[in-house]
Design a protein around this ligand. Structure first.
Ligand code: FEO
Length: 169
């Protein structure tokens, strides 16, 4: 059974994952307004992935005999300063989420909650992947430097993203 401290910490993380989903939906609509349908698609798929993260933790809380308590979710921003800025903010947000996951892993260690420590390994690896993907996109956008043809090529690439829940998760 989860300790009350771990239960609270996992519930806080569910809220953060749902906030992430909300943030990326807001970014998707912003990209759509920029005329970048592929960027909007990428953000929308990212929002689905965050919802999947939230549900994975939600299920885990109950699997360990806890209660998933829904918390208020803050309104995300709705305006950014172009395509590079919006992806820079994604990168900053993912770095923040990484630090939250690491805090959770530290807590699991302090509490000698081995099951939660193993559960969190998946999220630790996931954050490495997310940060690498977004950092790569920020670099590409810096190279493109707002130039139309480059942006349209990247937009096409991002338009191909689909979200499929991982089979081993
Ligand atoms: Fe759920 Fe993007 O981390």
């Amino acid at each position: 059974m989860l300790s009350k401290t771990m239960e609270q910490a996992f519930n806080d993380q569910v809220k953060w994952e749902l906030y992430s989903s909300y943030l990326y939906l807001s970014m998707s609509s912003y990209c759509n307004e920029l005329g970048l349908a592929g960027f909007a698609n990428w953000m929308r798929m990212q929002a689905q992935e965050e919802l999947f993260h939230a549900m994975k933790i939600y299920d885990y809380i109950m699997e360990r005999g806890g209660r998933a308590i829904m918390q208020a979710i803050d309104a995300p921003p709705s305006e950014w300063d172009g395509s590079l800025d919006v992806f820079q903010k994604v990168y900053e947000h993912e770095q923040h989420v990484t630090s939250l996951i690491h805090d959770l892993a530290n807590l699991a260690q302090d509490e000698r909650d081995h099951a939660s420590a193993i559960f969190l390994q998946w999220f630790i690896s996931e954050q490495v992947e997310e940060e690498a993907t977004v950092s790569d996109l920020v670099s590409k956008l810096r190279l493109i430097n707002g130039e139309g043809q480059g942006l349209l090529m990247l937009d096409k690439e991002l338009g191909a993203r689909v979200f499929t829940p991982p089979a081993n998760a």
